[in-house]
Design a protein around this ligand. Structure first.
Ligand code: NAD
Length: 476
């Protein structure tokens, strides 16, 4: 078992002064595999000061120079691609082949695309006698969860750096390897000292200390709605800019006349991807009541093809959950679903696979009451709720009937009629007839799913202020 390096501050790896030991386990076996000496409030404060000191130099570089660093970081990440993918699979539970593509290659591409964005980005604009500039907002605190660690870190750190902010990253201690390897990549890319800092610590002390730091200008948080509300209130009371990327309970709406087989394949794939540990997972399948049985037959066939096993085994199609706590939480929801009267079609709360690992069987409920807890709350595990509807208005009402609004999908006879239903869905991104994920399009949520947007040029907004310079109007 290895011991991790947990703090990268002012260009140096630092050993925490009074570390608390945290054990990261292999999610497939429950065995300890990485010991993390967690940082404390002292390291958080030093990191914020380092970021403040580095700000003046970094924020005044030409954006093209900063973009050059982003490209070099992408190169260094690429050199560590295999190591990151294996570590994320082991920690989070995603099968390795998927992890290579989704957890690693996609974020590396995002670093590269953002670097290119810089050339076309309108950093200044003239409006009447004003020169309107977009300038770095200051020291950015980036707090991220464990489920797509490199992806979520990239969605914050890459635009923050390009905007000219300096950064303190607090990744999740639950799956820290991707962040540690990113810090190594940044060190190898020779970013100036203090521009990027990382402290791995517990949320309640280190995370909270970073949000409260007088050096922190921008708070960018991805995680649960409960913690996001707390951070949002704390940040706004100190008048800090805040972005929140929170939970979801996204709907896949099947319209009459749609290709049912394609809709089922895609919805099942989305719901069970990463063992259901995906904020934008399509976890509610809203189907015409008359077609529910046809849909369930196809879902059962699709679920039978999902081999649950060790994410490092090439035959596994779905791995375990991230931790014992997460597995127990998901099992509690499954029991609750059964108690609520929903029909259990497949899966269940019983142990599956290696009992020491954190496995839960892909689970499907039918005839789910849209007001029940399993249809309203984010479970963050492999649980699909099939909800029947009678007419399109009811389908839209059900789709919009949770506090969340992160994502969605619509399947219809043709793209035009599907688009008109998609426009009635109150969510940040809605896929029409299988439209693929777009790294350049804004990503974020309505309602309790958050505040602000990430990805592409939209992700820069959170890290930039406007400055209007009014110039005298000279005659002639
Ligand atoms: P979490 O809210 O428990 O933790 C997220 C991060 O916040 C971690 O780094 C944690 O240490 C830190 N934290 C916890 N308490 C804190 C506090 N009081 N002050 C400051 N920081 C604190 O979430 P999680 O369990 O790591 O991740 C799962 C959640 O993240 C799910 O709800 C999921 O929907 C959400 N998520 C949202 C998106 C999105 O883009 N909308 C993406 C991925 C995950």
């Amino acid at each position: 078992m290895q011991t991790a390096r947990s703090c990268f501050i002012n260009g140096q790896w630092v050993v925490p002064d009074k570390p608390t030991s945290f054990m990261v386990t292999n999610s497939a076996t429950g065995a300890p595999w990485l010991e993390v000496p967690l940082a404390g409030v002292a390291e958080a404060e030093i990191a914020c000061k380092a970021a403040r000191t580095a700000f003046a130099g970094w924020s005044t570089l030409d954006p093209s120079v900063r973009a050059g660093y982003l490209g070099r970081i992408a190169d260094e990440l690429e050199a560590r691609q295999a190591e990151i993918a294996a570590a994320v699979s082991r920690e989070v539970g995603m099968p390795l082949k998927l992890s290579e593509r989704i957890q690693v290659a996609a974020p590396i591409l995002a670093w590269r695309r953002l670097a290119k964005t810089s050339a076309d980005y309108q950093w200044t604009e003239t409006i009447g006698n004003s020169l309107v500039e977009r300038v770095a907002a200051g020291v950015a605190i980036c707090i991220t969860p464990w489920n797509y660690p490199l992806h979520q870190i990239t969605g914050k750190v890459a635009p923050a750096l390009l905007a000219g902010c300096t950064v303190v990253l607090k990744p999740s201690e639950v799956a820290p390897s991707a962040a540690i390897l990113l810090a190594e990549a940044i060190e190898a890319a020779q970013l100036p000292a203090g521009v990027f800092n990382m402290v791995i610590g517990a949320g309640a002390d280190v995370g909270a200390a970073l949000v409260a730091s007088p050096e922190a200008d921008v708070i960018s948080f991805t995680g649960s709605t409960a913690v996001g509300r707390q951070i949002g209130a704390q940040a706004l009371s100190a008048v800090k800019r805040v972005t929140l990327e929170l939970g979801g309970k996204s709907a896949s709406v099947l319209l009459p006349g749609a290709d049912v087989a394609v809709a089922v394949k895609s919805t099942v794939g989305s719901c069970f991807l990463n063992s259901g540990q995906t904020c934008s997972a399509l976890t509610r399948f809203i189907v015409p009541a008359a077609q529910q049985e046809e849909v369930l037959t196809l879902i059962s066939e699709a679920v039978q093809r999902i081999t649950v096993g060790d994410p490092l085994d090439p035959n596994s199609r779905m791995g375990p959950l991230v931790s014992d706590d997460q597995r127990e939480r998901v099992r509690r929801y499954i029991r609750k679903g059964i108690e609520s009267g929903a029909r259990l079609v497949c899966g269940g709360a019983e142990p599956v696979g290696n009992a020491a690992g954190y496995f839960v069987a892909p689970t499907v409920f039918a005839d789910v009451d849209p007001a029940s807890d399993i249809a309203q709350e984010e479970i963050f595990g492999p649980v699909l709720c099939v909800i029947p509807y009678r007419d399109i208005d009811e389908a839209v009402t059900i789709a919009n009937g949770t506090p969340f609004g992160l994502a969605g999908a619509v399947w219809g006879l043709d793209d035009a009629s599907s688009l008109s239903v998609a426009r009635r869905i109150r969510a940040g991104q809605v896929d029409i007839n299988g439209g693929p994920f777009n790294l350049d399009a804004p990503f974020g949520g309505f309602g309790m799913s958050g505040v602000g947007r990430e990805n592409g040029r939209f992700g820069l907004d959170d890290f930039l202020e406007y400055r209007s310079l009014q110039q005298p109007q000279r005659k002639g």
